[in-house]
Design a protein around this ligand. Structure first.
Ligand code: ADP
Ligand code: MG
Length: 693
């Protein structure tokens, strides 16, 4: 249960004074729906209101806070004229100017004869010193608050700084000191204050320098967020390891038969990865290992051999892919190789229905089916394996190990192997998977040729179409990927359909279309027409849809390449050039291209090293943008910026590891405080894994 001290932070922002449903909607746009979201909404600038001159000395164009006597209200005769309030101090007089004024409100805030503190931008208008619409007005008692440095928060249309600032203050007032979860020695070394003090400091910048992500206060907050992330992952992993495991040892017979049937030898890194997996499986504890390698690096073959080891021991193995098309793709790779070992492979996706589906389910339950490939349909309620020993999860370019592990944990004592094709930088690996065992496949199978990559403006579409014509006349197959519109799949589809129509006017029946809104059978037909049929150009929408392996495809055209993450572009490009033929990739952009966008696309021209591409993308755009966070399933951080706080991540990982070693159920004093940290950063799910969670 979430500690009571945090409950106030986890109410809706409407619980704050001054925040009604309309304002809450606006706050949701910049920060979130809950009070705690406002705590993480840090100032991006400051307004210094400490300048407190006499009227006669006030410099026009600066923000000043002045103590004035209210002399007279001048109500305009014509409502289009401004309402003026004349004020003065002992050095001179100043006019406050209001358009569309509410007279009653002004009479109340600025009663004639009284002294008031007013803050705003000083202007000179002819001989008059003016402030038009002061930012703040208050009594002399409030001078300390008014004559301060004001934090400026990122805003959205309709949300004023005044309103948001007040809401943030309200949120901060709802915080209490929490028991310290950080290691005292670590705090001392870094010169960090407590969580609450750091939070208050971060929200009360006194200078521009205080806005830097490198201030002690902001670093502390970033660290807390990373520690919550690392601790949560460590707990998931610990939980996996605690579940009973088993030792899986095959006799190598099936693997031998398949290896003999392979038309190639395993690369050294495939051999190493496989050996690591086999050792893990033979071990009595549960395996939780990641195989990381670029598209085409040979992960699937490694996974199949691991699955065969499970089958040799008398158990079953399953491979789960993120989409139906990919599941079919894996089936196509695996089926003939498994056949060499005398095994049948079953396919189970959302499309297997009725009697067919029942047959497969019966086979899994009886153990007749030894190897299954599919989507998450494999792990639906009514699917029970007789003895599933190994689950291989192909994440492609999505992440979400958390959720998938929970899913996988449904089964018995199974080992888990996660395959990922995205060569994400080490820092991001850590945030997505924690300290998971990793096998890497850095080298590509021999014989691959580099892909000729060009960057062209969309205005040269006619040239591109000419080039495509030359290619298909020579027998090439062309992928044509259409823009990714983040907000709307419908728009994606519309754009692709439009391009399909236009290309159809040039190439007629030789153009096909596949997109996410199509029914499974339609997709299959479109794919088949492309791989073995008359279609030479396949227009496709999202990355997922082109996660297919067509050896014949040698040209990849990507429209609006500037909208994709570099890693995604790299993935897409990896779809061509898998055969003997020379391959090309055309990255089409809508001009004008920003310098940054140009630099990003140029990286793709320069290298096809996925790790380098990922590192550069992280450097140029920051983690949030790297894979399009929304799509990738990578954790999005509010306070930590990995391009600046990368060093803290390593610290958080080590700390999480130590914590788990010393107090695996977070029961000691520091452990209890750490539970609060997990709740604070909404890692509630991780707390459930604790024995007394
Ligand atoms: P991934 O799953 O990493 O994208 P695959 O396992 O599907 O890669 O392999 C891509 C292609 O390379 C397949 O056609 C596969 O048969 C082939 N391949 C895999 N390993 C090797 C190897 N050691 N030598 C040559 N070709 C290989
Ligand atoms: Mg094991």
């Amino acid at each position: 249960m979430r500690p009571e001290t945090l409950n106030r932070l986890f109410t809706l922002t409407t619980s704050l004074a001054g925040v009604g449903p309309r304002i809450a909607k606006l706050i949701e746009r910049v920060a979130g729906t809950k009070v705690v979201d406002l705590l993480w909404h840090l100032p991006a600038a400051i307004i210094d209101r400490r300048y407190a001159p006499k009227v006669a000395d006030a410099r026009p164009g600066t923000v000043a806070t002045m103590t004035l006597t209210v002399d007279e209200h001048r109500v305009p005769h014509n409502p289009r004229q401004p309402y003026k309030v004349l004020c003065s101090d002992d050095s001179g007089s100043l006019v406050l100017v209001f358009f569309h004024a509410r007279a009653d409100y002004l009479r109340r805030s600025l009663p004639p004869g009284e002294v008031r503190v007013v803050s705003g931008t000083v202007e000179r208008f002819g001989n008059e010193i003016q402030i038009t619409h002061p930012d703040h007005m208050g009594t002399v008692d409030e001078i300390e608050r008014l004559q301060a440095v004001e934090p400026v928060y990122p805003l959205t249309a309709g949300l004023s700084l005044k309103v948001l600032g007040k809401a943030v203050l309200g949120a901060l007032e709802g915080t209490t000191d929490l028991d310290e979860w950080a290691d005292p020695a670590f705090l001392a070394t870094n010169g960090w204050s407590s969580w609450r003090q750091s939070l208050l400091t971060a929200h009360a910048p006194e200078s521009e320098a205080d806005l830097e992500p490198t201030t002690p206060a902001r670093r502390r907050l970033a660290y807390d967020e990373l520690l919550a992330n690392q601790l949560a992952l460590a707990l998931v992993r610990l939980n996996m390891r605690r579940l009973p495991g088993r030792s899986i040892k095959g006799d190598g017979r099936l693997r031998g038969q398949t290896l003999d049937a392979l038309p190639f030898n395993l690369t050294a890194s495939q051999e190493t990865a496989l050996a690591e997996i086999i050792v893990d499986m033979a071990d009595g504890a549960r395996m939780l290992r990641l195989v990381q390698g670029d598209v085409g690096s040979g992960k699937t073959v490694v996974a199949l051999l691991a699955m065969l080891a499970a089958v040799e021991s008398g158990a079953q193995a399953a491979l789960m892919a993120p989409t139906e098309i990919l599941a079919r793709q894996h089936l196509a790779t695996i089926e003939p190789l498994a056949a060499a070992a005398g095994l049948k492979v079953a396919l189970l996706t959302g499309r297997e229905r009725g009697r067919n589906r029942q047959g497969i389910i019966d086979g899994l339950a009886s153990g007749d089916v030894r190897i299954a490939v599919g989507t998450h349909a494999l792990f639906q309620e009514d699917v029970a394996f007789r003895d599933l020993a190994l689950a291989v999860i192909d994440e492609q370019h999505r992440f979400g190990v958390h959720q998938r592990l929970t899913l996988a944990a449904k089964g018995g004592a199974m080992d888990v192997l996660v395959m990922t094709a995205t060569p994400i930088p080490r820092t991001l690996m850590l945030t997505a998977y924690g300290d998971m065992d990793v096998s890497r496949l850095p080298e590509k199978p021999v014989g691959r040729r580099p892909i000729d990559t060009r960057v062209l403006p969309l205005t040269r579409l006619t040239d591109v179409i000419d080039g495509v014509r030359r290619s298909i006349d020579k027998g090439a197959k062309v992928f044509w990927v259409c823009p990714l519109v983040e907000e709307s799949e419908e728009l994606d589809v519309a754009a692709a359909a439009e391009r399909h129509r236009e290309l159809g006017q040039v190439f007629g029946e030789r153009v096909g279309l596949v997109h996410g809104r199509m029914k499974g059978r339609e997709k299959d037909a479109a794919m088949a027409a492309f791989t073995d049929g008359p279609v030479d150009i396949l227009v496709a929408t999202t990355v997922i849809e082109v996660g297919v392996d067509v050896t014949a495809a040698t040209v990849m055209v990507i429209e609006h390449a500037e909208r994709f993450g570099l890693a995604q572009l790299h993935q897409l490009r990896g779809r061509v050039g898998r055969g003997e033929e020379a391959a090309a990739c055309l990255l089409l952009y809508a001009p004008p291209l920003t310098q940054m966008a140009r630099a990003r696309l140029d990286i793709l021209r320069e290298t096809d090293d996925g790790f380098r591409i990922a590192e550069e993308d992280l450097r140029l755009r920051g983690a949030g943008e790297l894979l399009g966070t929304r799509q990738s399933g990578l954790p999005a951080f509010r306070l930590a910026d990995l391009t600046v706080h990368g060093d803290l991540l390593a610290g958080a990982r080590d700390d999480a590891k130590l914590i788990i070693e010393r107090d695996p159920d977070l029961e000691q004093a520091r452990g209890r405080a750490l539970r609060t940290l997990l709740y604070l950063f909404e890692r509630d799910a991780a707390v459930k894994y604790l024995r007394s969670g």
